[in-house]
Design a protein around this ligand. Structure first.
Ligand code: OTU
Length: 648
């Protein structure tokens, strides 16, 4: 829609301002604000897009139209929210943030009913609720909702877009931000775009990557890894209707979008802004490393992916600043940190990222009773830019992939593949002394790689101890459980409580009876909420009550420690006790915290000077009121627990 003004877009924010001025749907006060945002962000967005889409000079013009629609779509209350968050852009970095993650259907059936269970969330101090995929998915199997057939509708089994809008408003009124999944990498084969591609419409064929024969797929396959080698081998699927091979990184019915087509970018931006206008605060961008493909590479984490994310971030910053982006990139640390963006806030990409390395190192440390490898692994991670952060977690809906680096393992004196093998065996309960009851996921017989499924309770041995009625073992398993959560709560970033963990739910084997799910044992750790057991959460005589109280205590303690505000720096500390992971969090305004995590069941001594506890001013242990630096056993960390030593 060229309006004759400034055709070369030398000052695109002025073009946008003029278009907004002509739009009667906007309140007066809004126009100048949006134009100012555009001036701020477009300087990063447009050059990034020009690099990705050099052959589409009209793209900025089209994007400005999408922006106008995105701005118009916002309600008055969201416009207020935009301004509040622009005044306090660090809202998600707060030490008071506590996340909860759940499937809608497995929590209490529908979106509407979540509003009636808010006390369960506020009990835990939750300020961030991630509802697992809820957009209209293809009929099962649909990868737990990650195969979306309509991004503009909520799955009919869960409710409507209006329900979601109402829930967002209710959550906001209760101080809770809403996070929802958006899959950028693929659509379901049933999506309208895919259907029209199948019907031979060239415009939609161009939305996907399809090939008439195996020539190109075979060339690509030479360097592409497989995500689901066991259940969905290969990266291409033959589509009978089209008579073509289609790129399917994940399952055969998840068609990868072709992001080298600018039309795909425009479509997805529209969808993003529409979802933001429903009141979604955090968009979880699924599988972002895969967006760009290049022959001869593994087609993950390519430079274009970063430019695309930077552009999306900036455009959201213009039209919907109340919304931020969480990237799901389960990749090696050196590939991960760049997703937070390099440089100023305007060059940001993802505001939040999953801290997969911390999660894996936590489980690895627990099995090996070792803090040294985690010290090595975490020390290689680049610093986080001050405006970005992590979500930290113990369990999520996915398997645990044993992302232990070979070089890190070698530095510990261990063999990387042997250690990874040990971890998967340990958590499957195959080794002497292991109380775990997890299961292998996607064993790759070529590489020997295998991942792990199971709930926290199953993996720490709580399930087994409870079944055996062994009180000592129950106590130890709860200690392990809370140790991992303490680690997630103290590293910096938003700690996520995975549904059911607050009452230590066990593995759920009912998926085995469901033919659409039986082959995917990630369903083991996606149990339906057990509201009968949840009733016991305030009863300290029960396991549920002990775990719940432990989590509440961690989150409350954390909320009172401003040094845990993200944006601070974290550095692992080297000392001489192999069983203990020590790290320092340092916040320029709020001082230091020395965290000590002992992964051994017996108390461990640490050198207070090496751990920098000796340097603190009037230190206290936020988790243990009796601890003083000069008191007896000051240098001892109790078995399977943490000290959070801070300054007043
Ligand atoms: C994500 O995970 C989701 O979390 C999974 O539940 C989905 O199955 C999948 O996408 C497809 O939508 O490979 O093993 O680096 O690791 O996107 C899980 C990112 C996955 C990938 C990640 C993917």
């Amino acid at each position: 829609m060229s309006d004759g003004d400034d055709p070369k877009m030398a000052r695109p924010h002025l073009v946008l301002a003029r278009r907004l001025e002509r739009d009667p749907r906007l309140p007066d006060g809004e126009r100048a604000v949006v134009a100012a945002r555009a001036e701020r962000w477009l300087e990063q967005v447009l050059p990034a897009l020009a690099l990705v889409y050099p052959n589409d000079p009209d793209l900025p013009d089209r994007l400005l139209d999408v922006l106008v629609e995105g701005v118009v779509a916002r309600s008055d209350s969201l416009r207020t929210r935009d301004r509040v968050r622009e005044a306090a852009p660090d809202w998600f970095l707060s030490e008071r943030m506590v996340g909860y993650v759940t499937y809608v259907d497995r929590f209490d059936g529908t979106i509407a009913r979540i509003g009636d269970r808010l006390d369960h969330l506020t009990d835990l101090g939750v300020t961030y609720l991630h509802l697992m995929p809820l957009l209209h998915a293809r009929p099962r199997p649909n990868d737990g909702g990650y195969a979306v057939q309509d991004f503009r509708a909520v799955d009919p089994s869960l409710g409507t877009m209006e329900d979601l809008r109402a829930l967002a408003a209710r959550l906001h009124a209760n101080g809770i931000s809403l996070c929802v999944d958006l899959v950028l990498n693929h659509t379901a084969a049933e999506h309208e775009w895919a259907q029209r591609a199948r019907a031979g419409e060239q415009r939609y064929l161009d939305y996907y990557r399809t090939y008439p024969d195996r020539t190109e797929p075979d060339r690509w396959e030479q360097t592409l890894p497989e995500v689901f080698p066991d259940t969905a081998p290969g990266n291409f699927t033959w589509d009978e209707t089209m008579g073509r091979w289609v790129w399917t990184t994940f399952n055969r019915w998840q068609w990868d979008l072709d992001w080298s087509n600018p039309d795909v970018f425009v479509e997805m931006l529209r969808i993003i802004l529409d979802l933001a206008a429903v009141g979604i605060d955090v968009l979880r961008l699924d599988a972002v490393p895969f967006l760009w493909k290049r022959m001869g590479t593994d087609s993950q984490n390519l430079a274009e992916v970063h430019l695309i994310l930077r552009a999306i971030r900036g455009l959201v910053g213009i039209a919907a600043p109340a919304t931020i982006l969480k990237g799901e990139a389960i990749v090696a640390p050196r590939d991960l940190v760049p997703y937070q963006g390099v440089g100023p806030r305007e060059a940001a990409e993802c505001d939040l990222l999953y801290h997969n390395q911390l999660m894996v190192q936590g489980w690895s440390s627990l099995a090996a009773k070792d803090g040294r490898l985690a010290t090595i692994g975490l020390s290689t991670m680049a610093e986080t830019p001050p405006h970005a952060s992590w979500v930290t977690y113990v369990r999520c809906h996915d398997d645990i992939g044993w992302a232990i680096d070979d070089t890190d393992a070698a530095q510990r004196g261990w063999n990387g593949s042997a250690h990874r093998r040990f971890l998967s065996s340990w958590y499957a309960g195959e080794l002497e002394g292991s109380p775990a009851e997890g299961a292998h996921f996607q064993e790759d017989f070529v590489s020997g790689d295998r991942r792990t499924s199971g709930t926290t309770a199953a993996l720490v041995g709580l399930t087994r101890a409870r079944r055996d009625g062994d009180q000592a073992a129950i106590g130890e398993a709860i200690d392990r459980f809370l140790l991992l959560y303490a680690l997630a709560a103290s590293y910096g970033g938003i700690p996520l409580i995975w549904m059911g963990d607050e009452i230590a739910l066990d593995n759920d084997t009912s998926f085995l009876a469901d033919p659409d799910r039986a082959a995917d044992n990630r369903w083991l750790h996606r149990p339906p909420m057990d509201w009968v057991r949840a009733e016991r959460r305030h009863d300290r005589a029960t396991v549920e009550g002990r775990v719940h109280a432990g989590l509440v205590r961690l989150m409350r303690t954390r909320a009172a420690l401003p040094t845990l505000r993200a944006g601070g720096r974290v550095a692992p500390l080297w000392h001489d006790n192999d069983h203990v992971l020590a790290f320092r969090r340092h916040h320029s305004r709020h001082g230091r915290l020395i965290a000590l995590a002992n992964f051994h069941p017996d108390p461990q001594r640490v050198d207070l000077r090496a751990t920098e506890v000796a340097d603190l001013h009037e230190p206290f242990d936020a988790l243990d009121a009796h601890w003083t630096r000069s008191g007896p056993g000051a240098d001892v960390v109790p078995g399977l627990s943490m000290r959070w030593i801070s300054e007043p």
